[in-house]
Design a protein around this ligand. Structure first.
Ligand SMILES: C[S@@+](CC[C@H](N)C(=O)[O-])C[C@H]1O[C@@H](n2cnc3c(N)ncnc32)[C@H](O)[C@@H]1O
Length: 262
């Protein structure tokens, strides 16, 4: 168990505020207040958070069913919610192996809920930072066979990296440890869709929380340079392979897609 002293309840935290918008209970009054201040300016953030999780689920389904991937490295996992990466993957392929990585003490405290693997597969949790890609690869290699194709999942985390070039370098560093045939799944907040979104994000970034930078879609596309994009490419996430029973998908300021390492 993580000592409560490591959990800072005086400033909002990304994982907790995201949990609040997703309808979860693992958050503190400071997160609820910041979440409500955000929705007062941009109510659409709740749709963005849910659209991002829905994309994550569809992309895992594609990776398992269409691409045959059985290994997942999910960095910036977030607090457990419905349909976590291992649940979607192992429902379809029980032998799937998943390594979760996050650096938030509350996520660590809840990690047990992420470690409910099928007997055939495995899930592991590593308390590490995205800023230490070599350590992530070393730790992942204890659970995954990194000579076999692996999906790197970066869902709603790259916006936390201050500096686009740095974020790109971190993506490249992680991908460099994975073999050809591996996949990159990214979805991240995008700039240029709604001024209210940008205003709410700018205000959030002043709260003392780790800031999150909305990026132009061209920069999100840039994370995939050198990879083969899976159709339909990098799009607003509700438009990425919507299921047949989805109502007409409406674009939101969250862009992403899948690329394959060649
Ligand atoms: C917006 S949440 C996204 C959670 C989940 N991936 C999802 O899509 O629902 C961002 C997550 O990234 C984590 N995070 C932020 N900076 C990080 C870092 N440097 N290293 C590891 N995790 C980080 C936060 O703790 C949080 O859980």
């Amino acid at each position: 168990m993580v000592p409560m002293t490591k959990i800072d309840t005086s400033v909002p935290h990304s994982a907790r505020i995201w949990n609040y918008w997703l309808g979860g209970k693992d958050n503190y009054p400071v997160d609820e207040a910041a979440g409500n201040a955000y929705t007062a300016v941009f109510p659409g953030i709740v749709t963005v958070a849910r659209g991002s999780r829905a994309f994550l689920g569809r992309s895992i389904r594609y990776l398992v069913e269409e691409a045959g991937v059985r290994q997942f490295l999910d960095v910036g996992t977030g607090l457990p919610t419905v349909d976590n990466t291992h649940e979607v993957a192992q429902r379809l392929a029980p032998e799937s192996r998943i390594v979760y990585v996050d650096n938030d003490p509350l996520v660590l405290a809840h990690a047990r809920a992420l470690l409910t693997s099928t007997p055939e597969g495995v899930t592991a949790y590593e308390d590490l930072s995205l800023y230490a890609p070599d350590s992530i690869l070393e730790a992942a290699g204890r659970t995954l066979d990194l000579d076999r194709p692996t999906a790197l999942i970066l869902s709603g985390i790259l916006g936390h990296v201050d500096g686009y070039d740095r974020a790109r370098d971190l993506v490249q560093a992680l991908l460099s440890g994975l073999p050809a045939g591996s996949y990159l799944s990214i979805n991240d907040g995008s700039r240029g869709t709604d001024p209210a979104y940008e205003a709410a994000q700018d205000a959030y970034n002043e709260t003392g929380a780790v800031p999150y930078f909305l990026r132009p879609v061209t920069q999100i596309e840039g994370y995939f340079d050198g990879l083969d994009l899976v159709d339909p490419g990098i799009v607003s996430v509700p438009l990425w392979r919507p299921t047949k029973d989805t109502a007409t998908p409406t674009p939101i300021g969250q862009h992403g897609g899948l690329g394959r390492k060649v």
